[in-house]
Design a protein around this ligand. Structure first.
Ligand code: ZN
Length: 68
């Protein structure tokens, strides 16, 4: 069984991405950022943290958007 903390693959070069940071995101979510050491691509992922179902981890991938 795969660990809920497994690192995502870079969509460009298919290498494992390194964890850059984790922070508390929106309510019930934790935000993690992963960086590809090969091409420098950054991926931000929101992990759903449900206190009632701590074993269920939902992954939502999205592009890292520049701040406005
Ligand atoms: Zn890459």
């Amino acid at each position: 069984m795969e660990s809920p903390n497994h690192r995502p693959m870079c969509h460009v070069c298919k290498h494992r991405m390194a964890l850059a940071w984790i922070s508390a995101g929106e309510r019930g979510f934790e935000e993690s950022a992963f960086e590809c050491s090969t091409c420098g691509r950054t991926e931000k992922i929101s992990i759903e943290v449900d206190p009632m179902m701590s074993d269920a981890v939902g992954w939502l991938t999205g592009e890292l958007k520049p701040p406005r």
